[in-house]
Design a binder for this molecule. Structure first.
Ligand code: AHR
Length: 503
C-alpha cells in the first residue's frame, strides 16, 4: 500500500474567507444552453414565461450565486439592443462565433428574470470585440440606471421599472484569441478596457470589473498579455480573468489527474504577474482572480467542428454536448480543491457552462433534465464549501505520471463554516493504482464528530450518466473511525471524498 496520508485541520490555519462566487457558472448563447436548455415553451415543465422548471430546480440545487452572460465568444459580436423590447420586433442575427442563428427570443430581460428564479446574480459581459465604450455605456445605463435618460427610459418602456443592479462586469471575452471577433493586441485591448471601465465607473463607481487575461495558459502571449493589459488598466479593474479547459484525449488517467499541478502553476504565474504590476505602479490595490471559465472539454470537439463547418446557421444545434465520465468528475473535484487552496486570490470562478453546453445539467428536448457526473463535486463544494478555507497541512506520498513529476497522492482542503459549526474536508485520492490510508487530526475542533461521509468511487473511469440511468452518484460511506479527535479511513483509488464534521 502507498504511504499513509496525514492531515491536520485547525481553525488557526486560515487561508481566507471563501467568496461564494467561486461557485459561479456560465450561460452563453451557444448550442442548446438557452433554447431547449433553460428555455423551452411547450415543454411539459415550462412555466408561464417558457422557462423549464425541471432545469430551474437543478440549478437551484447547485446553488449558483453568480452566472456569467451572454458569452463567451458570442459576446464579441452581440448587439444587446436586439435582445430587448417586444419579442415580435426582435431581429434574428447571425452568431459568427459558433456559426449559428440567434433568434433573440431570450434576451437580457428574460435572462435577468430567469436569474431571479434560480437565486443568482448576473455577471454581464460587454462586447469589446466589434463594439466599444459607447455601447457598453448604453448597456449599463439600460441595466442599472434610474435616471430620466434615453436608455433608462427605454428599459422602463420595456416594462422594467426597477434597474437590474448588475454589479460585476466583464470587459469583453478572450480578447487575446485570434478566433475572437475584434481580437486585439494586449496594448490595444488594455487601453480600451481601461477607458471603458473608467467611463462606466463615472455612472457607478461601486461596479466591479473583470479585465480579460489569457484564453488559456498555452497562449503564446501568456503571461505578457496579463502584464501589458494590467499596465494599462490596473487602476480601473478589480479582477483578471483566467480560462482553462482540460481533456484526456490520450486516455492517460493518472496524467489527467495530475493536471491540477499545471493549474497551480497557472494560478501562481497570474498572481505573480498581477503583483509585479502592483509593485511597478506602487499601487495599494490587489487584483484578484476571476477564473470565469473552467471545466473538462474535449469529448465533443471533433463532432462540433464538423457540425459548424457542414451545417452552419442552425438554431440551437447540439454543440459542445460533452458527456462526462467518472474521471471527469474526479478532475473537477481536484480543480475545486485547488481554487479553495487559493481562496485568498480566487474570488470568482465559473464552471463553464451550466446547461447542455459542457455542462453539469443536460436536457432532453422531449424529456427530462438530468445530472451529469460532474454535477456532484460542484454540488458538494457549493453546499458544504462555504466559510473559511483552511491551509491543508498534509503529508502524503507522491508519484510520477507521463508528463508530471512529484504528483501528490491525496489532494485535500478543509472548510470551516463557523455559523453552522461544521468542518468539511474535500479530498481526492488521485493515485490510480492504490487505495490509501487517510488520517485527519481534527485538533482544532474538539468535540466534533463525523456527520456524514460521502464519496464517489468507481472501477470504471469511463462510466457516464444519461437521462435513463445515473450509475455515477455519491454514496454514503460507513467504513471510517473517529477516535480521540482522529479520523481514519481507507480512501479508494481515483475517488472524490467529502467528510463533514460537526458538533
Ligand atoms: O465556453 C465555451 C467557449 O470557450 C467560450 O465561448 C469561450 O470564451 C471559450 O473559448
Amino acid at each position: 500500500m502507498a504511504q499513509k496520508t496525514k492531515m491536520i485541520v485547525d481553525k488557526d490555519f486560515k487561508i481566507a474567507e471563501i467568496d461564494k462566487r467561486v461557485y459561479g457558472s456560465f450561460i452563453e448563447h451557444l448550442g442548446r444552453a438557452v433554447y431547449t436548455g433553460i428555455y423551452q415553451p411547450g415543454h411539459g415543465t415550462a412555466d408561464e414565461e417558457g422557462f423549464r422548471k425541471d432545469v430551474i430546480e437543478l440549478v437551484k440545487e447547485l446553488d449558483v450565486p453568480i452566472i456569467r452572460y451572454p458569452g463567451g465568444n458570442f459576446v464579441s459580436n452581440f448587439f444587446w439592443e436586439d435582445s430587448v423590447g417586444p419579442k415580435e420586433n426582435r431581429k434574428k442575427r447571425l452568431d459568427l462565433a459558433w456559426r449559428t442563428m440567434e433568434s433573440n427570443e431570450v434576451g437580457l430581460g428574460e435572462f435577468a428574470h430567469w436569474c431571479d428564479k434560480v437565486n443568482s446574480e448576473m455577471m454581464m459581459a460587454v462586447n469589446l470585440g466589434t463594439r466599444g465604450t459607447a455601447d457598453a455605456l448604453n448597456l449599463l445605463e439600460y441595466c442599472n440606471l434610474d435616471t430620466n435618460s434615453f436608455y433608462a427610459d427605454m428599459r422602463r418602456k420595456h416594462g422594467v421599472e426597477k434597474p437590474y443592479g448588475i454589479k460585476v462586469w466583464c470587459l469583453g471575452n478572450e480578447m487575446d484569441g485570434p478566433w475572437q471577433m475584434g481580437h486585439k493586441t494586449a496594448t490595444e485591448y488594455g487601453r480600451l478596457a481601461a477607458e471603458t471601465a473608467k467611463a462606466m465607473k463615472t455612472m457607478d463607481d461601486s461596479l466591479e470589473f473583470v479585465v480579460c487575461g489569457s484564453s488559456n495558459v498555452d497562449m503564446p502571449t501568456f503571461p505578457q498579455w496579463e502584464a501589458s493589459t494590467l499596465e494599462e488598466a490596473y487602476e480601473y479593474v478589480d479582477y483578471i480573468s483566467l480560462h482553462q479547459y482540460y481533456g484526456n484525449a490520450k486516455d492517460d488517467t493518472a496524467d489527467f489527474f495530475a493536471k491540477t499541478q499545471d493549474l497551480e502553476k497557472f494560478l501562481h504565474s497570474v498572481i505573480a504577474t498581477c503583483d509585479f504590476v502592483k509593485a511597478k505602479k506602487r499601487s495599494k490595490k490587489t487584483i484578484h482572480l476571476s477564473f470565469d471559465e473552467w471545466n473538462v472539454w474535449y469529448h465533443s470537439h471533433q463532432k462540433d467542428n464538423e457540425e459548424m463547418q457542414r451545417r452552419p446557421w442552425q438554431t440551437a444545434p447540439h454543440l459542445l454536448e460533452d458527456i462526462y465520465t467518472f474521471e471527469d468528475a474526479v478532475l473537477n473535484g481536484l480543480i475545486l480543491i485547488t481554487f479553495l487552496k487559493h481562496a485568498d486570490r480566487v474570488k470568482v470562478a465559473c464552471l463553464a457552462q451550466l446547461v447542455n453546453v459542457i455542462a453539469p445539467i443536460m436536457t432532453e428536448t422531449d424529456g427530462p433534465a438530468w445530472r451529469q457526473t460532474i454535477f456532484y463535486p460542484f454540488l458538494h463544494a457549493s453546499k458544504y464549501g462555504r466559510g473559511v478555507a483552511l491551509t491543508p497541512v498534509i503529508s502524503t506520498g507522491e508519484h510520477d505520471t507521463t508528463k508530471h513529476e512529484g504528483v501528490t497522492d491525496i489532494e485535500a482542503v478543509a472548510v470551516y463554516n463557523e455559523e453552522k459549526q461544521e468542518v468539511t474536508i474535500f479530498a481526492v485520492n488521485r493515485n490510480t493504482t492504490e487505495d490509501i490510508e487517510f488520517e485527519s487530526d481534527m485538533r482544532g475542533f474538539p468535540g466534533y464528530q463525523v456527520k456524514e461521509y460521502l464519496a464517489m468511487e468507481s472501477d470504471d473511469m469511463k462510466v457516464v450518466n444519461s437521462a435513463a440511468a445515473s450509475p455515477v452518484a455519491p454514496v454514503l460511506k460507513k467504513d471510517y473511525k473517529m477516535d480521540g479527535g482522529i479520523f481514519t479511513t481507507i480512501m479508494k483509488k481515483c475517488s472524490w471524498n467529502v467528510i463533514r464534521f460537526g458538533l
